[in-house]
Design a protein around this ligand. Structure first.
Ligand code: APR
Length: 320
């Protein structure tokens, strides 16, 4: 059987890391598209040349022509600009909205059957706009945020408890921004919920609250350290986890920005929720029970995303 084709739209920091991970994991042949001439070609050749030492097979092509993504099974979108210190993800809205228009049209024309994972920020609004511009089915267009936010939460928890990250599960819902909702009740160490671990004396409520806040600020912490761009290793790894779930029909339960129509009291809206990802794309939105406080945090997060979606409509008439 032919290898799957993975198209990466954007060959910057995240795009290059995505390509390298897809290569090392032998997920398929990789085509990197970018408007910058030479960047996708150079990165593709560099990755291909690492194959003999890393011992992977695959074809790697860099391009500035959308025609080369033809027939892609998966498209991962990182085209756009990242933030600089002092900027919020929302500050990127105007410029990245224009990028989503050209990317959506390119995917619609050349890879209309692909499973599309958007990573460009501000994530929840951009994935909505990308779906609108591309016209692809809602179950085939989603955004990567929850996997990354949960991974950050899990890392901090594993450090605090001095246990393997593999045994820490965590849930982060809502928009990918300051209002994201880390759910401590549904986060565990090998099945033991965080509130129980507080009672067991593994940590204090104050420390747990600080970890929740650090998770919310996780992206900004990296931007502050790097100064010239935003995180790319963990975002790329998270995107690859979602692509792999689709390509291998793994039916993973992963939090991601998905189209929610009916669940959570939402009517046709993109926001971070637990989903099942398999060969059918977003096969299911999993509606979990939230308590009053969690619901209030989730509603606040939804309102923040609604504001960004309205701002997009104000910028581009075709979205209204
Ligand atoms: N079409 C295709 N590629 C584009 C376009 C476009 N219209 N506009 C910009 N690009 C490319 C740039 O040339 C650059 O190579 O997108 C790439 C972005 O790469 P980086 O600047 O390195 O940004 P990166 O760190 O990869 O983040 C990309 O993901 O997490 C988000 O906030 C982040 O929005 C940002 C995006």
């Amino acid at each position: 059987m032919a290898r799957p084709k993975i198209a990466l739209i954007g060959a910057g920091q995240i795009g290059g890391t995505l390509a390298h991970l897809a290569a090392v994991k032998e997920l398929g042949d990789v085509v990197m598209f970018d408007i910058a001439e030479g960047t996708p070609q150079g990165k593709s050749l560099d990755i291909a040349e690492s194959g003999p030492a890393a011992k992977f097979d695959g074809s790697f092509k860099g391009t500035n022509d959308y025609a080369d993504i033809a027939g892609a099974d998966v498209c991962i979108v990182t085209a756009g600009v990242p933030r600089k210190p002092g900027m919020s993800r929302d500050d990127l809205l105007g410029i990245n909205l224009k990028v989503m228009k050209s990317v959506g049209e390119g995917i619609a024309a050349h890879a209309p059957n692909a499973f599309v994972i958007c990573i460009t920020n501000p994530l929840d609004a951009m994935v909505w706009a990308l779906r609108e511009f591309s016209g692809l089915p809602h179950n085939m267009v989603c955004g990567m945020a929850g996997v990354l936010d949960s991974a950050r939460f899990r890392h901090f928890l594993a450090e605090e408890f001095d246990v393997s990250m593999r045994d820490v599960t965590a849930f982060v819902l809502g928009g990918h921004g300051d209002t994201m909702v880390p759910l401590t009740r549904y986060s565990t160490v090998a099945g033991i919920p965080l509130p129980d671990l507080v009672q067991m004396g593994w940590t204090s409520q104050e420390k747990l609250d600080a970890i929740v806040q650090r998770t919310r600020d996780g992206g900004a912490e990296i931007v502050g350290l790097l100064k010239t761009g935003s995180a790319f290793y963990a975002p790329a790894t998270s995107g690859i986890e979602m692509a792999e779930a689709y390509l291998k029909d793994q039916k993973r339960l992963l939090p991601c920005a998905a189209y929610v129509d009916g669940a959570y009291g939402l009517n046709g809206f993109y926001v971070g929720v637990p989903t099942i990802i398999g060969a059918g794309g977003i096969e299911r939105v999993v509606e979990i029970k939230m308590n009053k406080d969690e619901q209030a945090m989730f509603d606040k997060s939804v309102d923040a995303v609604k504001g960004l979606v309205e701002a997009c409509k104000g910028i581009d008439d075709s979205l209204s």
